[in-house]
Design a protein around this ligand. Structure first.
Ligand code: 1YM
Length: 653
């Protein structure tokens, strides 16, 4: 009976909402395909780009539908498989997409969902769609951009199947292909290589990182990822009963914490749900990550504002009431945030995104809701845990004292900012001759010897070289003024020219490509992690706006007779071995220093041949988290991490 009802609801909605059913089949067919054709003509408008990022976006569109089904209370398991040939398979154990067939048109709801733009969001049983990312375009867009796509629905004891080819053309109508005793939806697709010209190869770590994040943000949903492309299966499984509470613990892993039990609060009002989890560590940095509908709102917005307001207000009131500070004193927002790790996650039926990268939540009503739950929840926590409350307040008082002392010292020496005196170009920089930033790039190179080769090999018109000596600095354990005294960091700030923190001005950025070039080993990736962490914390807009890249030096040089080829990934090397069979020489590069200037140019710096990885804000956020853990007090997770060589894994795209 229940299934009957769902079908009726969907078909009624379908009739109302979809233009499809008002016309004859052929006319509709044309209209439908015009819609999908529009997607194929301008894929960027729907999925952002057709780069590797856009490719991964296809997976998120399908996974989001599974997450929605889970949030509606009907599914608790989503399995993603990367099959051989980079075919993606996503399966959930929900109700299954509606299979009802419309009498007049003979078109099934499944087919409509897969062929009408935005159909999935428009009709349905009334429950709003919570996921659906920045683009949130729906499954039909994935269909349009696939060489082929298959949907199998498990429902009513039957298995239904439909297949589309060539960008969304159903090859036949939905049909029953067998019996089953489970329910759910399985979508399999192969991205169209004529659309994704750059690459159709999925990156395990990218998929893995986001699936773990989705598991943290949606408690009790089990998400798995299997890589079946090689004979050795790789698999991860994530399920967090504690949701964002565990997310905070994950970020603080290996750190000494002030409040052992994570402070957690949640609320629901006017169709908007909000949850917040927070924990202080003994460090100086603040990590507030906010989300709306599972999307990281990097630029903040009203939910973050509500959180900060409530945090500052409640801690000040408590500190005064308990004579920790005087009645006429107050702790600034920066003081109460020192060492704070917080996750704010809201689910909103009608989110408005603003800002440069459309990642700032613009719904003003959210401020009051978040500030309300944080105000009540935190007040209560402090009253019930006086010992921890005192430690939290004391930490803020120490931060406040340090900040005031630094300010007095600055005023005394009449220095306007910690950065005064950094104005002339750093000595080690070898600049390029062209001045137009949109044409120029700067390589940040590990070590003097590689720096030397890079200087010799470069295109001196457009490529600047800044060699760094060893590790940059433990930015985790130093307060800000110490950080700015570090020579390597000062060199970078001066060279880039865009300023730091709140004062970053992209218009002054001197190079539109900042390329980190380090050895392809553990040390190299550690330096890369340090760099990303620094950029993430101090120059976030340049990461957000896509100006940061990681160079990919080759792992191997293979020579057969006169022919020389380079392999940048193990998989490529496997292919070469197959192709060359025998009679070839292999050199494994351990560091950039092993290449002469010409080789370095040819393999890693020449825009015509090189492979660059553009750093996304999520990569930088992960690097920051890894780094924080590596620098923390706790030795065990660090040892484990280094043993597993995971730094390398994270950065080995
Ligand atoms: C692997 C991807 O798409 N699962 C899925 C999708 C839907 C439903 C269930 C569903 C939703 C509703 C009712 C409803 C979709 N339904 C629609 C539409 N997994 C995956 N599982 N019955 C089934 O929202 O009321 C779009 S997606 F349009 F019918 F609502």
């Amino acid at each position: 009976m229940a299934e009957e009802k769902i079908e009726v609801v969907d078909l009624e909605a379908l009739e109302e909402q979809s233009t499809l059913v008002d016309h004859s089949y052929t006319a509709d067919d044309i209209q439908v395909l015009e819609g999908l054709e529009a997607v194929r003509m301008r894929p960027g408008m729907y999925i952002g780009s057709t780069s590797s990022r856009g490719l991964h976006h296809l997976v998120w569109e399908i996974v989001d539908n599974g997450i929605d089904e889970a949030l509606a209370g009907f599914a608790n398991q989503i399995d993603v498989v990367i099959e051989e040939g980079d075919i993606i398979s996503v399966r959930d154990n929900g109700r299954g997409m509606p299979v009802g067939i419309h009498e007049k048109t003979g078109i099934s709801a499944v087919e409509t969902i897969m062929t009408v733009l935005h159909a999935g969001g428009k009709f349905g049983g009334g429950a709003y769609k919570v996921s659906g990312g920045l683009h949130g375009v729906g499954a039909s867009v994935v269909n349009a951009l696939s060489e082929w796509l298959e949907v199998t629905v498990f429902q009513n004891g039957k298995k239904y199947f439909i297949r589309f080819e060539n960008g969304g053309h159903a090859i036949e109508q939905l049909k029953v292909i067998g019996d089953c005793d489970e329910t759910g939806t399985l979508v399999r697709f192969k991205a169209d290589p004529t659309i994704f010209e750059e690459t159709t190869v999925y990156d395990y770590d990218t998929l893995n990182g986001r699936l773990r994040q989705l598991a943290f943000l949606n408690k009790n949903i089990c998400l798995t990822l299997t890589d079946a492309r090689t004979s050795e299966l790789k698999k991860s499984e994530y399920k967090y009963e504690g949701g964002i509470k565990q997310y905070v613990q994950y970020i603080n892993r290996g750190r000494k914490v002030i409040n052992e039990a994570v402070i957690y609060m949640e609320g629901f009002q006017d169709g908007i749900s909000a949850e917040v989890a927070l924990q202080y560590n003994d460090g100086y940095h603040t990590k507030i990550y906010s989300f709306c509908n599972n999307i990281n709102t990097h630029e903040g917005g009203f939910h973050e504002e509500g959180f900060r307001m409530a945090l500052t207000r409640v801690i000040n009131t408590y500190a005064k009431d308990n004579n920790i500070i005087k009645k006429d004193e107050s702790l600034a927002q920066d003081d109460v945030k020192e060492g704070l790790v917080a996750i704010i996650s809201v689910k909103h039926p009608n989110p408005q995104y603003e800002g440069q990268t459309k990642t700032k939540l613009g719904n003003s009503e959210v401020r009051k809701i978040v500030s309300g739950i944080v105000g009540d929840g935190l007040k209560r926590f402090l009253m019930e845990n006086p010992q921890v409350a005192k430690e939290m307040c004391n930490k803020a008082v120490v931060a406040s004292d340090a900040r005031n002392a630094a300010k007095r010292a600055r005023e005394a020496t009449r220095r306007k900012s910690a950065l005064d005196g950094i104005s002339s170009l750093p000595g080690k920089l070898t600049d390029c001759s062209v001045k137009d930033p949109s044409l120029t790039e700067i390589f940040i190179v590990e070590g003097d010897s590689a720096g030397g080769s890079a200087k010799q090999g470069r295109n001196s018109k457009t490529q600047a070289i800044l060699p760094l000596r060893g590790k940059i600095l433990n930015v985790e354990k130093a307060r800000e003024h110490k950080i700015f005294e570090n020579a390597e960091i000062r060199s970078m700030i001066t060279a880039f020219g865009c300023g730091i923190k709140e004062e970053v001005d992209i218009n002054n950025l001197k190079y539109h490509k900042i390329i980190i070039m380090t050895d392809a080993d553990v040390d190299g990736s550690h330096i890369c992690t340090l760099m990303l962490t620094f950029l993430y914390r101090f120059m976030r807009p340049i990461v957000e706006q896509g100006y940061v890249y990681i160079a990919q030096p080759p792992l191997y040089k293979v020579q057969k007779g006169k022919k020389i080829v380079y392999a940048y990934k193990e998989q490529e090397m496997d292919k070469i071995r197959e192709e060359f069979k025998e009679g070839y020489k292999v050199q494994r590069y351990k560091g950039l220093g092993e290449m002469d200037a010409e080789q370095l140019w040819e393999t890693t710096m020449d825009p015509r041949n090189r492979v660059l990885k553009r750093v996304t804000i999520d990569d930088a956020m992960e690097a920051d988290s890894v780094f924080s853990m590596l620098m923390g007090e706790d030795v065990d997770p660090r040892r484990e991490f280094i043993q597993n060589n995971a730094v390398y894994a994270t950065l080995d795209y």
